[in-house]
Design a protein. Sequence first.
Length: 324
Amino acid sequence: MPTCRKCGSHFPNKKIIDGKQRTLNGRCYCLDCSPFKLHNTRKLEEQAKDGLGVCSTCGRSDTKRKIGYKVCYSCINRAREHKKSDQVYAVVGETCWICGYGKGKATRGVMDFHHIGKKSFNISKRNMGQFSWNAVFYEVRKCVLVCCRCHREIHAGIIPKNEVMTLYENKWLELAGNSMAECGPDATEVGSSNLPLPTILEKIVEDQYRATNLCEFVCEQCLKKITMRKSQLLGRRFCSQACRLLANRKVKRPSAEDLIKDVADMTWESVGKKYGVSSNAVRKWFHAYGIEQYLNVRGRLAHLAERLDHTQKVAGPTPAPTTI
């Protein structure tokens, strides 16, 4: 009889399941540890060691997670979502900005974020857990917190857009306070600017996002400055594949003029030895520079010299000039 690798109990070779006789010889676990038709492919005996097969938060044993972690993926994501949600509502509050409706944390599910600027993603509890805090805060600064009823009235046109814009300006100025001077321009510059306040706030948030999440990168080959995320700079040295190939060349390629002069004076093998490459590599350099018309310069000169020698042999020696 087969032995279960997890609990060590024996189970029969054959058993009637759902009115049919099933063969259980190929199973590694008994039907109690791995029920029929669940298609289990995990190593249950490793998860069972030291209680690793059970999540320490929810207590479930059939959750997907890494070996050695005592918390399942569902609990990890749920904790991340709660943390980001608490951070967002700590900034914007838990009441509607238009009608003032709100009953604390219990009414978060009926609150919506109405976008004033360009929307990158919907602000939901699930998305808050998937994105970083900088990206979430950058998106929240484009929105107005309203209840579900006011949100429908805005889209239906019952609440005018100019009122929503005025509310957006006043509320974010109240929430921002002195932080606007830290993020970008000061209060005098904001008041004297010709740009509308939503555009200014978006630029302030963009500058804050760039300062915390973006940085400049200088390519080692072309010395070009590129702005990209910090997560993309790990071990990066070049801006493109072309720069990486140029930097990884073992031999410095000469200029096109030097190649033409060397080929006119020396053979292909001699030119290759001069630069430490093969003669075929020298020919490829001609194709790379787009000067294929000079590939046969030496061949034409050699052919012309052979023709001159042949004509001299046929015509015989030239007579000496006669003197009078």
